[in-house]
Design a protein around this ligand. Structure first.
Ligand code: 4NP
Length: 156
């Protein structure tokens, strides 16, 4: 299973999602690829935001070796599922999708735990530390559901 996590800058939310899901793949013996990207290139080449590195470290996950990159069209070919954090990410990905098959790979990550609710993982960039903790917990919960679905062969 090849999964891509996408947010706007690829420095706050999607690096956490990548780190959390990679760790759960390891713990559950799931073989696959997990990567992350941003719809914007402002932070390409940068490490994750220090606040994301810190909250991940608190939960035993090391994300500091990640490097931000922009989403690219080949990602539609290289991944089975593309999880976006919010509606703006979804709109941006839809704008570059080539066909319906591309679009069908994309979903809001919180729809895994809360189907059809279209809830967003809030952008924590301009807030405080609490926002990063909140994002971590939302993503941890969503990634638990993703892992259960993969184990049950049920990740659509
Ligand atoms: P992310 O957060 O999309 O979760 O990585 C952001 C990071 C940077 C900016 C916006 C969101 N920015 O505007 O620079």
């Amino acid at each position: 299973m090849k999964i891509l996590m996408v947010c706007l800058g690829n420095i706050c939310r999607s690096p956490l999602a990548e780190g959390i899901l990679k760790e759960k793949f390891k713990q559950n013996g799931i073989k696959g690829t997990v990567d992350s990207a941003g719809t914007a290139a402002y932070h390409a080449g940068e490490k994750p935001d220090p606040r994301s590195i810190e909250v991940a470290r608190k939960y035993g996950i090391d994300i500091k070796s990640q490097t931000a990159r922009k989403f690219r069209i080949e990602d539609f070919d290289n991944f089975d599922k593309i999880f976006v954090m919010d509606g703006e990410n979804f709109d941006n990905i839809k704008l570059v999708a080539r066909n319906n098959n591309d679009i069908q790979k994309v979903d809001l990550i919180l729809n895994q735990a809360f189907p059809d609710k279209n809830l967003h993982v809030p952008d924590p960039y301009y807030g405080g530390k609490d926002g990063f903790e909140n994002v971590y917990n939302m993503l941890d919960n969503a990634c638990d559901v993703i892992v259960e679905k993969i184990k049950n062969n049920n990740l659509l």
